[in-house]
Design a protein around this ligand. Structure first.
Ligand SMILES: Cc1cc2nc3c(=O)[nH]c(=O)nc-3n(C[C@H](O)[C@H](O)[C@H](O)COP(=O)(O)OP(=O)(O)OC[C@H]3O[C@@H](n4cnc5c(N)ncnc54)[C@H](O)[C@@H]3O)c2cc1C
Length: 366
């Protein structure tokens, strides 16, 4: 829309890793991009700590397709000049319990491998060799995926921001979007409005409320997520225990230094679940790791994440003039690189090379 004030081709709401990846890929493809977000140049402002990311998404082959593609991007990260973003490989041990769950995961091994996931079936004994802190009595079978890694998030965010800027994307920092109109492509901030051919909603945990206010009916909401750290549980050598999850309860752990990182992957629209989930985390740790029963758990990191009931992100066109990339349910880092490419391809009318039906923001009607 040349010649008109405050207009552009694509407005992206957000400045986190998802928004920046979209800006990077779209700008490089020649799209005129403007990012609108309240933060500074590097998204959340302060450097972001390295975080564990996993490529294997149990029960969700379509999610694994995104994480495997994203890992390939991270390993040769062009926006940061091929910088080494994968700090270390931590591995990912998945411990299904109950016959139904074990059988279901074993059945999808072939499809996961076809998606590029390196998966190995382990016996209970083999799982306890990988993670000797587990109570063997609670382990039935296991899947092992080496593609879980500690990611240098700060470098990722800065890399995409620099790459997007070099490709011509502009950034309007210090601007909080207060509303958007899917029909006109108008976006409101405190001191004015902007207009675009398309708006991309990629504002992390704020996306659900913005979508709702815009009249977009999306299964998407924000909820609290919390990570804990145990008190030190060894005095000598550092703990060797991979990223480990019990899909049934959602308990996930990772040995780091002399402590364990602990979290509980749950979703609920109900308010006030933080204390309930803390108590369940304590009980689950005691059940799965008797040796950690008396180790105190301290809150290490709390924040909001955008979630969907299917734990699958909404990526695609939600309205003629609105694209959505939100609802990652805690997996943004593992999926952001692929998301940028997908939104670019969809916008340009190209094939993204994978079935996007599971990610559709528009419910399929029978
Ligand atoms: C406890 C906890 C543990 C986590 N663990 C993991 C993990 O292990 N792996 C993983 O991948 N992820 C994890 N996450 C999620 C993590 O936050 C994401 O990895 C990542 O930071 C989210 O990326 P994003 O770009 O989608 O959203 P964000 O980084 O949240 O970015 C959202 C952006 O939108 C902007 N914004 C918000 N409101 C508005 C508005 N009104 N107008 C304009 N802009 C707006 C914000 O300023 C921000 O720039 C965890 C989160 C928490 C809280």
């Amino acid at each position: 829309m040349p010649g008109r004030k405050n207009t552009t081709e694509m407005l992206i709401v957000g400045g986190g890793v998802t928004a920046l990846s979209i800006a990077y890929h779209c700008a490089r493809a020649g799209v005129t991009v403007v990012l609108v977000d309240p933060d500074g140049e590097t998204g959340a402002g302060a450097p972001q700590a390295p975080r564990p990311v996993r490529a294997y998404q149990p029960g969700k082959v379509h999610n694994s397709q995104l994480t495997v593609r994203s890992l390939a991007d991270y390993r040769s990260f062009a926006p940061a000049g091929g910088a080494d973003l994968v700090l270390s490989d931590v591995g990912w041990l998945v411990l299904p319990t109950g016959r139904g769950r074990s059988a279901a995961l074993e059945q999808e091994v072939a499809a996961q491998r076809e998606a590029g996931v390196e998966l190995q079936l382990l016996t209970a004994a083999g799982a306890c060799v990988r993670n000797p802190w587990l109570d063997p009595a609670g382990v039935e079978s296991a899947l092992w995926c080496p593609q879980s890694y500690l990611l240098d998030v700060d470098k990722v965010v800065r890399g995409y921001a620099a790459g997007a800027r070099e490709a011509g994307a502009r950034r309007l920092s210090g601007k909080t979007v207060t509303g958007l109109d899917p029909r006109s492509g108008q976006l409101a901030v405190a001191d004015g409005t902007f207009e675009a051919d398309v708006i991309v909603l990629a504002a992390g945990a704020a996306s659900g409320a913005l979508a709702e206010a815009a009249g977009l009916d999306l299964p998407l909401w924000a909820q609290t997520a919390e990570l804990f750290r145990t008190d030190p549980v060894v005095t000598g050598e550092e703990i060797e225990a991979p990223f480990t999850v019990h899909p049934e309860s959602g308990l996930k752990t990772l040995g780091t230094g002399r402590s364990f990182l602990v979290g509980l992957e749950r979703i609920s629209r109900q308010e006030g679940m933080r204390e309930v989930w803390f108590q369940e985390t304590v009980a689950e740790v005691a059940k799965r790791y008797p040796k950690l029963k008396d180790a105190g758990l301290r809150s290490m990191w709390t924040g909001s994440v955008d979630v969907t009931p299917s734990r699958t992100a909404l990526i695609g066109q939600a309205h003629e003039r609105v694209f959505v990339a939100a609802g990652y349910t805690g997996q943004e880092l593992g999926q952001a690189p692929a998301t940028g490419r997908i939104v670019r391809d969809l916008y340009l009318g190209r094939s993204p090379g994978l079935d996007l039906a599971p990610f559709s923001p528009v419910p399929s009607r029978p």
